[in-house]
Design a protein around this ligand. Structure first.
Ligand code: ZN
Length: 335
C-alpha cells in the first residue's frame, strides 16, 4: 500500500502539478491543454491507486462465513485510509460501518446515574452495590460497583458477566459523547491521546492506523446485537458480539482498529499493533485461543486501554494474558 501511495504522489500529483506550473509560469502557452492533460494523468493514477487497494484488500480477506469481520468490511477501504490521516473526518464516516448486535434482552439492574466513570476517582464517594447472580464469592471480593459500574483496582470491567448501566456514558472524553449513538473520538482522554501517539509512531514506520469503531451507546449496541441474532442466531452472535450493556465499546476505553477482519492480524499494521500496543497502555482484549476465557473469538483489531503498567504485564512478551485470567474472573451470561 505504501508503494501505491508513493507512485500516486509522484506520478499522480507531482508530475501533473509540474506540468501546470511550467505551462503557466515558464512557457506561458497551451495552458488549457496542459491542465487537461494533467487532470487526466491525476485521474489515471488515482484510479490505479484505488484499484490497487481494492485488489490487495480482497486478497487478504478471509472467507469465513462465520466471521463477524465481514460486518465492517466495505468497499471504502480507500476512504478509510484517507480519513485516518484527517482526524476530523473519522467519526462522520463510520455510522454505516458499525454493525454489531444482540438480542433485546436484559435491560440492566443498575439504574443508578453514572456520574463517575473516571477510572480512578470517586471511589470513596460512592456506595458499593450488589453483584450479578452468577459471580462467585471470590470475584465479589475484588469487583466493586460504583454507581452501578463494575471496577477492579479502578479499572472498569466489562465482559459477559459484568455489565454497564443502560444510561452509562463515558466522561472525561476527548469529545463529549452526549446522546451520540456512535462516535470514534468520544473516547476517554488518556485512551485517545495514547492512540494518537501510537498512530503517529506507526505512521513514522509507514503504517496506517485508524479507529474504525470507538464509543457505542447501549442503544446502538442493542440494535447491532439484535441484527446479528436475527442473522446468525443467539449462539453464533454471542461469540462475536456483546449484548447491550456488555460491550467494552460503551466504556469509552476500547476501540476497533482499521479493518474488522481476521486478516488484520496478517497486515503490517496488525502485526505491529500486536507487538507494540502495550507500550501505549493498550491490550488485545480478545487474544487468540482464549475464547473459552474471554467469551469472544479472537479479535486482533479490538484494543482496550488499561494503562502502560498493566498492559506490559498482560502483554507477557507476546503471550497475552486476558483480564479474566489476571483477575480470575468469569465471562458468562447469566441467562
Ligand atoms: Zn470491538
Amino acid at each position: 500500500m505504501i508503494v501505491l501511495n508513493i507512485i500516486f504522489y509522484i506520478f499522480g500529483i507531482i508530475i501533473p502539478s509540474v506540468i501546470i506550473l511550467l505551462s503557466v509560469f515558464v512557457y506561458k502557452k497551451n495552458i488549457k491543454r496542459n491542465t487537461l492533460i494533467s487532470v487526466i494523468i491525476f485521474l489515471l493514477f488515482y484510479i490505479l491507486k484505488v484499484g490497487g487497494y481494492n485488489l490487495m484488500f480482497k486478497n487478504k480477506v478471509t472467507k469465513d462465513n462465520d466471521n463477524v469481520a465481514k460486518e465492517t468490511i466495505n468497499t471504502n477501504t480507500e476512504e478509510n485510509n484517507e480519513e485516518s490521516i484527517e482526524e476530523e473526518n473519522i467519526e462522520n464516516s463510520n455510522e454505516n460501518d458499525v454493525k454489531e448486535n444482540i438480542e433485546d434482552n436484559k435491560s440492566n439492574n443498575n439504574t443508578n446515574n453514572n456520574s463517575s466513570n473516571n477510572n480512578t476517582s470517586n471511589k470513596n464517594n460512592n456506595e458499593v452495590t450488589t453483584k450479578p447472580n452468577n459471580v462467585s464469592n471470590n470475584e465479589n471480593s475484588k469487583v466493586e460497583y460504583i454507581d452501578g459500574v463494575p471496577y477492579i483496582d479502578g479499572l472498569i470491567i466489562v465482559n459477559k458477566t459484568y455489565e454497564l448501566p443502560k444510561d452509562y456514558v463515558p466522561k472525561n472524553t476527548y469529545k463529549e459523547a452526549g446522546s451520540a449513538e456512535y462516535c470514534s473520538t468520544c473516547l476517554d482522554i488518556d485512551t485517545y491521546e495514547n492512540f494518537q501517539m501510537m498512530k503517529s509512531d506507526a505512521l513514522a514506520l509507514g503504517l496506517n492506523l485508524w479507529i474504525q469503531s470507538g464509543y457505542r451507546s447501549y442503544t446502538l449496541q442493542q440494535k447491532l446485537y439484535n441484527n446479528y441474532v436475527s442473522r446468525d442466531g443467539v449462539e453464533a452472535a454471542d461469540r462475536y458480539s456483546a449484548r447491550p450493556g456488555h460491550s467494552e465499546h460503551q466504556t469509552g476505553f476500547a476501540f476497533d482498529l482499521n479493518t474488522i477482519t481476521d486478516s488484520f492480524q496478517y497486515t503490517d499494521e496488525g502485526k505491529w499493533v500486536n507487538e507494540n500496543a502495550y507500550k501505549y497502555g493498550f491490550i488485545l482484549r480478545y487474544p487468540k485461543e482464549k475464547e473459552s476465557i474471554t467469551g469472544y473469538k479472537y479479535e486482533p483489531w479490538h484494543l482496550r486501554y488499561v494503562g502502560k503498567d498493566l498492559a506490559t504485564i498482560l502483554y507477557n512478551n507476546g503471550n497475552w494474558i486476558t483480564l479474566e485470567e489476571y483477575y480470575n474472573l468469569t465471562s458468562t451470561y447469566s441467562n
